[in-house]
Design a protein around this ligand. Structure first.
Ligand SMILES: [Zn+2]
Length: 755
């Protein structure tokens, strides 16, 4: 459907060039982007009321209630929380309901890690109760530490230490002459998403995988451990999903909603369950195993903070790993709450956070959820005082985020046709800490969220959250060029999104503009996915208020702007950097391979290899092909020039202060809603068809991390040059679609202004 629509627009774009409107009078002061001076003033008055109405004590009370008991998917308190959230939305005047799905969610049945040689050690796999912390003793309801979607397995093999277990670590193992074939690997948490570790291990022939929390990243190296300080104690374990990156959501219903009567794959057919068994352990359980490994000493960057000599193996430590799960379907409870729009009820502005946790989850996710709930209470208050959002606002409390974004993915898949027609944008939050404002997302919302952040006060400093983040960016910048850009650019750059939370289905699958917002950077500890992430541990609420204000104001503005305030000059600029990054990757690879081949010929690797600790030389590689990026560069230029015309006309409209007719607004806003959809290609990424967005995607080997223009970039990173080159025309075509969609909006804005 999109394809035929855009080919018509493309012809229009060529045959009817818009006259550029470069001269614009200044916009009246205090006018919000997308508003007229009049609608702006009304909006600011309501925003002030909203801001003043946020009550910090509500955040604390909601957190105490929601984190009182373990509430993972399928647990009694998960359902209880959903019903409580539902009752709150209803009490605040929202039209709310619970939507359920049936998903595959394995829970542990049997877990064994034992060292058989050279000495014996049985891992405890248990986080001890801490007397001072009143919820740590809820052992009957706690989900034991495990990695969800690990395949069942029972394996015994020598142990190999693989650092973080990323692809580069295995290149280093090759040089050291160590193979993991037939071995069990032990990797530390960190540097990339946990699910990549068993994936890459299996690709290299390992038969089992242990992941432990090293105190270097996650424990006493950073500060006092819990309960004296905030850091992970020695027997603390990070739970988490290891679902494969092929697609998020229920493994048995890819691409469709997991409703009760959905057609399901068998567990054997599911593609996102790991190939080898995997289990997370504490460093207290890891230390005896790591100390029993012999073989080469680990390179310096591979060493953690345990008081041992880190060695690689294989063996002589020999480990028995057994993992078995209950492979049941569990019910998800998504809470969906709506305030109907007065003028444009068919345009939906969405906000969400998940409510499920691995255990009590005070930080992840309740710290974010309580701010989102306080926003909803505040908006409900305004509604009772006569405020009516022009667009429909929908608040979502997702279930099943932790195992694999289950609640949001199944909901988006179920409602995709409606969402693609009606959704304006989705704003997500997850855990919220103390510190500095952060926003990531699609770049059509970059200027918008910068504007919102300029209007929210930092609770601990006498400045806006925007200014504080801006100054911190200057401090953190590594080069003079970076600092110069930060000082020169009006808007702080936002990062692209990977797939770390519930925005993924909206942006990557459905093509809906999305943001993820929150605060962090000044936390005094971490208990991520542990029984210690609870109310007693988490006692910092200051920034909950700032998050509620930021999220609430963002939703109000998106719901009430006359013209939806997407901005495309910044987006064009960012897409241009993605294309120049591709060129740089190619250039760097060519240089690096040429240099390595030369050094091989010169005998450098032979010379540096200590005969007593031999290093294998890297294999000779063929230098990459020259690739032709000109179609992508032309695509970028198209988007740039269309964006400039749209923004110039938009500025002219803002300066005029003249409202458009409701009919013109309806048409124009529908055009704007379609622009992000133009990033979609129905076939999806070449090896991950669920991911339809050709600009934004997570990496198959980074998980949470973003890989813009993944269709081309991932093949390049895998050194599959011809395949990468073959994707260029498809992505260039998507860029033409985006340019044409911006052009269509410009034409309709022009017509609207002429009326
Ligand atoms: Zn979370």
């Amino acid at each position: 459907m999109f394809r035929s629509f855009f080919s018509v627009v493309l012809i229009l774009a060529v045959t009817q060039p818009i006259q550029s409107q470069q001269t614009s009078a200044p916009v009246p002061p205090n006018t919000l982007a997308g508003f007229t001076p009049q609608s702006s003033q009304a909006e600011r008055e309501w925003e002030q009321k909203f801001n003043d109405g946020i009550v910090v004590n509500n955040l604390r009370a909601s957190m105490q209630r929601l984190s009182a008991r373990p509430h993972h998917v399928g647990s009694p308190y998960d359902k209880d929380n959903a019903q409580w959230i539902l009752s709150k939305f209803q009490e605040w005047g929202w039209d709310a309901h619970i939507e359920t799905f049936q998903v595959l969610f394995p829970t542990p049945k049997e877990r064994i890690v034992e060292m058989l040689e050279p000495t014996q050690y049985r891992a405890k796999l248990q986080e001890p109760v801490i007397a001072a912390d009143p919820t740590t003793n809820q052992t009957a309801e706690q989900l034991p530490a495990y990695n969800a979607y690990s395949i069942d397995g029972d394996v015994t093999a020598p142990l190999v230490y693989v650092n973080y277990g990323n692809r580069e670590d295995y290149e280093q193992l090759d040089r050291l002459g160590v193979s993991v074939k037939g071995a069990i690997v032990i990797a530390r948490y960190g540097e990339g998403w946990r699910g990549i570790k068993p994936k890459v291990a299996a690709e290299h022939g390992a038969i089992g995988c242990l992941i432990y929390s090293d105190p270097k990243e996650d424990g006493f190296f950073n500060g006092k451990d819990f309960p004296d300080g905030g850091w992970r104690p020695k027997q603390g374990v990070q739970r988490g999903s290891v679902m494969d990156t092929e697609h998020p959501g229920d493994p048995l219903t890819p691409g469709v909603g997991a409703t009760a009567d959905a057609k399901r794959l068998t567990i054997k057919e599911a593609k996102t369950i790991t190939k080898i068994p995997v289990l997370p352990i504490s460093y207290s359980d890891a230390q005896p195993l790591l100390s029993a490994i012999a073989g080469p000493v680990a390179p310096e960057t591979w060493r953690g903070a345990l008081p041992i000599t880190y060695r690689i193996g294989p063996g002589p430590a020999k480990v028995h790993l057994k993992v078995a799960a209950n492979w049941d379907l569990k019910t998800l409870y998504d809470v969906i709450a709506t305030l109907p729009g007065s003028d444009f009820p068919d345009q939906w502005v969405l906000r969400g956070n998940h409510h499920d946790a691995w255990v009590n989850g005070a930080d992840d996710p309740i710290s974010g959820m309580v701010a989102v709930l306080e926003e909803a209470r505040g908006l409900g208050q305004l509604h009772k005082q006569g405020w009516r959002p022009k667009r429909t606002i929908t608040y979502c409390a997702w279930d099943g985020e932790e195992p694999g974004l289950l609640g949001s993915v199944e909901w988006v898949e179920t409602h995709i046709a409606d969402l693609q027609q009606h959704a304006v944008a989705y704003i997500n939050s997850d855990s919220n800490e103390r510190g500095f404002f952060h926003a990531s997302g699609s770049h059509d919302l970059e200027k918008f969220i910068n504007d919102v952040a300029r209007d929210v006060r930092d609770p601990e400093k006498n400045m806006s959250i925007w200014e504080r983040d801006h100054l911190v960016r200057l401090f953190k910048a590594k080069t003079a060029d970076e600092r110069a850009e930060i000082r020169k650019r009006t808007e702080s750059r936002i990062k692209a999104l990977g797939d770390g939370s519930d925005y993924t289905a909206f942006l990557d699958h459905a093509g809906i503009p999305a943001l993820n917002i929150g605060f962090d950077g000044e936390e005094d500890g971490d208990q991520y996915h542990s029984i210690y992430d609870d109310f007693y541990w988490y006692t910092r609420f200051t920034y909950g208020k700032a998050l509620a204000q930021t999220g609430g104001i963002a939703i109000m503005r998106l719901a009430n702007a006359d013209i939806i305030p997407f901005e495309y000059n910044g987006e064009a600029d960012t897409i241009a950097t993605y294309v120049s990054n591709l060129e740089k990757i190619l250039q760097d690879k060519q240089d690096q391979i040429a240099e390595q081949n030369l050094e091989l010929k010169e005998g450098v690797f032979n010379a540096i290899s200590d005969p007593r600790k031999p290093l294998v030389p890297p294999p000779a590689e063929t230098a990459p092909l020259f690739m032709n990026f000109s179609a992508l560069k032309n695509g970028v230029e198209q988007i740039k020039s269309r964006a400039q015309k749209y923004e110039a006309l938009f500025d002219k409209w803002q300066a005029s202060g003249r409202p458009l007719t409701p009919e013109s607004l309806k048409l124009l806003n529908a055009d704007l809603i379609n622009i992000q959809r133009a990033s979609l290609n129905d076939k999806g990424l070449p090896e991950r068809p669920w991911f339809k967005n050709q600009i934004y995607a997570p990496g198959a080997y980074t998980g949470y991390g973003a890989k813009p223009i993944a269709a081309v970039r991932e093949y390049m990173e895998e050194k599959k040059w011809p395949q990468a080159d073959a994707q260029v025309p498809m992505v260039a075509g998507v860029m033409q679609q985006i340019a044409a969609a911006i052009q269509k909006a410009t034409e309709d804005l022009q017509r609207g202004m002429e009326q």
